[in-house]
Each structure stands twice: as structure tokens, then as C-alpha cells.
Design a protein around this ligand. Sequence first.
Ligand SMILES: *Cc1c(COP(=O)(O)O)cnc(C)c1O
Length: 368
Amino acid sequence: MIPLINLKKQFISIQEEILADISQVIESGSYILGPKGEELEKQIAARVGTTEAIAVANGTDALVLTLEALGIGEGDEVITSPFTFFATAEAITRTGATPVFVDVDSATFNIKADTIADKITPATKAIIPVHLFGQPADMDAIMTTASKHGLKVIEDACQAFGAQYKEREVGGIGDAACFSFFPTKNLGTIGDGGIITTSDEALASEIRKLRVHGSNSKYYHEKSGYNSRLDEIHAAILLICLKYIDQWNSQRRLAASRYDNQLAQLKGIETPFKKADRMHTYHLYSLKVHNRDKAVSYLANAQIGSGVYYPCCLHLQEAYQDLGYQQGDFPIAEQLSESLLAIPMHPFLTEEEQNEVIAAIKGMDDIL
Ligand SMILES: *Cc1c(COP(=O)(O)O)cnc(C)c1O
């Protein structure tokens, strides 16, 4: 069996370093909001080019706390993509605000920047572009639209740690950016975690307050907040992973180029499109497949893992029935939800394994 991802291989490769640092954390007596977390915040801010980074409990909280700290809530609208993981929109609805969807580009799967302006109303407060599967969204056009209309831009960079837009690392382009350290993410830990990057000091200080019960000084609470902190153990593990992330991302890119070379000419499938001015981190490598259901069962029979991201667009989710969207509202996102199929992609995928995957896909010819 060739799995879609292989987290065990990744963490076993650094197991000794992890165990040593976990022992160090245990012996330090500092378990939450300590020096490891501070060091992680410092290193990530320096990397993405912001003055601040605030580590939190997970990527969803990173989005919720950022929106709330920006004062976004009931009566406000936030523009985002209907083709992303649910948490992007869930964070908006969690604050009481309303997600307003804009269809995506069929080649990059990212929000169509030139149609955002059509959806801006007096209630619009922010745009959340998602760097889907590791390819940065069209940030120049998005930032221009946002500044013209006085909107904040929050990058959902959960799938794109290390990706670059015109040689600038994601996370430092919008007013703020949110990352997830869920195990499967390019930079992940063996549990949950997240971080917000921003150069807006007032925003950062508001987020720091929200993550500890709305408190700046112990047992005095300015407002109701959250318990959303990153454990020292996870900060320690992430500091180790940070040393390897560029190598891991380039191993993903190498694997992607092998797939591109071998699969691009096949009929019935399309390899992912990469914009020339971006560095893609291939969180996922998703093919467009004309007959996806057949392809899924064919690959399963051939003992090759695959995955569907995402089978149901956000505007069609049961949770959002009250938003009043219908099938057909975002035709490109809907089409992608029916045709994308992710094939094995991770930094430890070997060339031999890839050859097996490629051979199996070549053998699918007659079913597509
Ligand atoms: C993973 C993910 C999130 C949520 O992160 P968690 O750490 O799982 O809460 C949000 N947005 C996108 C695009 C993601 O991929």
C-alpha cells in the first residue's frame, strides 16, 4: 500500500531530537507559554517578515482570534472562497459575521481576485484568501482591492508554510496570516497547534489577550476571551521541524515535478497548474480527473492511496443552508469538487513509490 501521506516516516526521522527536547521541556518545569513558544514565535515572525507572531491552540482558533481581534462580528461580512476546508468559513460564522463566497479560478483553485469587488458591500470588513494546497493566491490584486475599499486581508496560510508569492513568503503579505500545525500540514506537530503572523502591533496585543481569557495581567480580565495557547512540547517539536521544513518542501516540489513530467501528457487527467511567479509547497498534489469515482476505486484496488479535497463546497454545506446559496452558484468550485483527486504526496515519498503510482495511473487509461 502506498499511502497518500506518511506522517510516521516524517516524525520517526526526527524522533531522537524530539524525545531529547521533550525531556528538556519536562525538566524545565515550564509547560505552557514558556521559552519554546516564544522562540517559535520569534523564528516564524523573522521568517515570514512580520514583527509579531502569536502561537495559539490550532489554525481554526488562529482565524477566529484574528477576526475577533479586528472587531469583526455580527452584521459584518467577510469574503472568502467556497472551495477550502470548512474551518476558513467556520471561523467567520463563529464570530457572528457572515461569509460571502466568491468563485475560484479553475487552474489555481484559488479565489478569483478580479470578481471580489462585485461582492463588496458597506458591511464587508475583510477578505480571507486561502493559499489552497500550497499555492499562494493572487495577493497583489487582492491587496489592491482591499486597500481601495478599506478592508483587512487575512491570509489563510494553513496549507502553505514556506510558500512564496513573487519571492515573498506567505504570512507576511496580508494584514495578518493564520497557520495550522495540524500533523498533516507541511509544518505540523504530533498534535494541534497554530500561529498568527502580523506586523500590526495593536492587533497582535489584542490576540495575545484573547488567547488567555481576555487577560493582560493574571486574574484581571478586560473581556471574555479563549483558552487557546500552544503547549511547550509542541513548540519544541515545531522548532525542530522548522529546521527541516525547507528541505521537506523541496522534496515535495521534486516529487511534484516527477509527477508533472510523467502525467501531464495523459488523456483524461490534468496535472496541477503552477503560476510562474509563485513557489508552491504542494501540501496536496491534486489531479483533475474526468471520471473520478472510477479512478478512486481503480487506485484503491491498485493499493494506492488517494483523497478527495473537497467533496462538498462550503456554500452547499448543511451548516450553511441558512445562507441561502444553491447548487450552481459557484460553478467552478462545484466542478472542482467533482473532479479533483489527490495522489500520494509527502516529503518521504520515494522515487520507486512514485513510479508505482505513475504506472497505475497510466494503466487507468481505458476507464477515464
Ligand atoms: C487545516 C486548515 C485550517 C484549520 O486548522 P486546524 O489547525 O485544523 O484548526 C483552516 N484552513 C485551512 C485552509 C486548513 O487547511
